[in-house]
Design a protein. Structure first.
Length: 160
């Protein structure tokens, strides 16, 4: 009886590992254009830039306000580039995840610690983005701020 339980457990482990490996490889082999959509943050086509532009669209910013917004966005972009992990750091993180998956014994504490660090990084990026949005919001006139609040309340993106 125990012999069959051990074999079934081993078979389940092998099958799940194979499926996980396929999923990881498929994610790595995404088309270049799809990866650029998710990871591109530079220039005028960046995801964050588009969100900021949509956020303040229709508020009739003055030329001075537009110049100030561009300066704030440029400063933020430079800061983000400085804080971006290097290729080596990203490769190390990827290798660490692979090590967790392929280890002989699963160490839940180490995995939780690694995931907590990633979550903390994501949270800090979200805080920085809100800080940036607040800086731009402070440039608006009271009328523009009121118009922004109304548009924000109607926005589908921010109702999640």
């Amino acid at each position: 009886m125990k012999k069959y339980t051990l074999k079934a457990g081993l078979l389940a482990l092998v099958v799940s590992s194979a499926l996980l490996t396929v999923a990881v490889r498929a994610a790595d082999e995404q088309p270049e254009s799809n990866q650029q959509e998710h990871h591109q943050m530079k220039g005028e086509r960046g995801e964050h830039h588009d969100k900021m532009r949509k956020m303040f669209r229709g508020l009739d910013l003055s030329d001075e306000q537009k110049t100030q917004v561009k300066a704030i966005l440029s400063s933020h972009r430079d800061e983000m580039e400085l804080n971006r992990p290097s290729k080596e750091d990203r490769a190390t993180q990827k290798a660490q995840m692979l090590e967790f998956i392929t280890a002989d014994s699963f160490n839940e504490a180490e995995v939780k610690q690694a995931l907590a660090a990633k979550q903390e990084d994501r949270q800090q990026k979200a805080v920085n983005m809100m800080k940036l949005q607040n800086q731009v919001y402070q440039l608006l006139t009271p009328e523009q701020q009121e118009k922004f609040k109304k548009r924000f309340a109607k926005s589908k993106h921010h109702k999640r």
